[in-house]
Design a binder for this molecule. Sequence first.
Ligand SMILES: [Zn+2]
Length: 117
Amino acid sequence: MKKLTKEQYHILKEKGTEPPWSGKYVKFNKKGRYVCAACGNELFSSDTKFDSDCGWPSFYDAKKGAVQFKKDKSLFMNRTEVVCAKCGSHLGHIFDDGPKPTGKRFCINSLAMEFMA
Ligand SMILES: [Zn+2]
């Protein structure tokens, strides 16, 4: 387990959410990969990142086997949580309004990831 900041711990371990537009990867278009901030598991490629205008980094697909999905009924909503398949940390949520080819929108906290060029 890597050393996490208080903010990172809140998101990854307590299922927190960073304020929209606050994350460093929202407007970020460099080529590379995104890994789990807690364990280094490779999660997303910059090739699947898109500008969703929701305030969080968005991807239309994840690396095969990198994430798992859990039903989240908190806050009286019916959402699907995205967690790291390796360490179980909370990353964000997935929605069905993404672009082709998957139609999915992975809405992920910047603080839950680390970018590697
Ligand atoms: Zn992880």
